[in-house]
Design a protein around this ligand. Structure first.
Ligand SMILES: [Zn+2]
Length: 311
């Protein structure tokens, strides 16, 4: 399945995109620090100089750059997209009637909402309906062979994923310096597009529907519609005056292998345009038929704006 991730230009505001790989680096120049310590005694100014030598997360400024391409290609790592889609699907599949069909990490329901200003309070504000339940421990095949519907697709400790996310490469747009001081970074400008592909094997039509729901698709009447979702850093609080992280995942094309059968799709075929729309709507309908009571679609963008304004 070929996917385009579009950084949104929405009427009224533009959104920038910065995706960090989650592997921020602490640059700790041991030799230099040893020198500093040996030449002086501890006092405030030494501590300040000491702290200045340690740089945290400088590498993250470049995490839209592909290190293998010598920093010439702008990318979103497939693992970041996977994490984003999986988390949204877990949050969207909410417990119903005392049963959870999707695990969540951290698993335990929050006993009380985090106080305003503390870590994660905006995330809680957007997803509070989903976060208030205790879903038990997250899936782990080494402890229990049964996994939830999400881990069955995306994998869990001890279980491989049946969906593979490739690297997404920037086709349109450029990086722009945003933020200041320690928050300075290079983000993709509004309207940027990243192209990549997601491949899978042995996925039922309703499971393809779940994958689409994770990407922010829902049924608008009979049509499959992709709404803006939140991805990357600073997505809840923005950066200075800038809004960050509103993207739309758009399926461009679906190709089936020669061994593919069932689900109303042919083998060795390529679907685009109206035919593709039709398959996406069918897949979403199949997911709704199977899991309707559990699916609570949240308009993250609108909820995040509401939380931001209330804060
Ligand atoms: Zn699970």
């Amino acid at each position: 399945m070929e996917i385009v991730v579009c950084s949104q230009k929405i009427h009224g505001f533009d959104s920038y995109l910065f995706v960090s790989s989650g592997e921020e680096e602490v640059i700790f120049p041991a030799e230099r620090l040893r020198e500093l310590l040996s030449e002086s005694r501890w006092n405030e100014s030494v501590l300040r100089r000491y702290a200045n030598e340690i740089q945290i997360g400088r590498r993250a400024f470049q995490s839209l750059l592909d290190p293998r391409a010598g920093g010439r290609a702008y990318i979103i790592p497939g693992s970041s997209v996977k994490g984003n889609v999986k988390a949204r699907l877990q949050l969207t599949l909410q417990p119903y009637g005392g049963t959870a069909i999707a695990c969540l990490y951290p698993a335990r329901g929050l006993r009380a909402p985090p106080p305003k200003g503390s870590h994660g309070w905006r995330h809680y504000g957007v997803w509070k309906q989903s976060l208030q339940y205790d879903r038990g421990p997250p899936c782990n095949v080494t402890a229990d062979r049964n996994v939830c519907v999400v881990c069955n697709l995306f994998g869990a400790p001890g279980l491989s994923s049946i969906i593979d996310f490739g690297t997404f490469y920037m086709r349109d747009g450029k990086l722009i310096q945003v933020g200041e001081g320690s928050e300075e970074l290079f983000a993709a400008e509004p309207g940027s597009r990243f192209h990549g592909s997601i491949s899978f094997r042995g996925l039922g039509l309703h499971e393809l529907g779940l994958l689409l729901i994770g990407m922010g698709y829902w049924l608008s009447g009979e049509r499959a519609e992709a709404i803006p979702v939140l991805l990357g850093s600073h997505k809840y609080k923005g950066l200075g005056e800038r809004i960050m992280g509103r993207v739309v995942y758009r399926v461009n094309c679906l190709k089936t292998s020669t061994r593919c059968s069932g689900g109303g799709v042919g083998s060795g075929s390529r679907y685009e345009g109206a035919e593709l729309e039709n398959i996406l709507a069918k897949a979403l309908n199949a997911a709704y038929e199977e899991y309707r009571p559990y699916i609570r679609q949240v308009d993250e963008h609108r909820e995040a704006l509401r939380v931001m304004r209330a804060g």
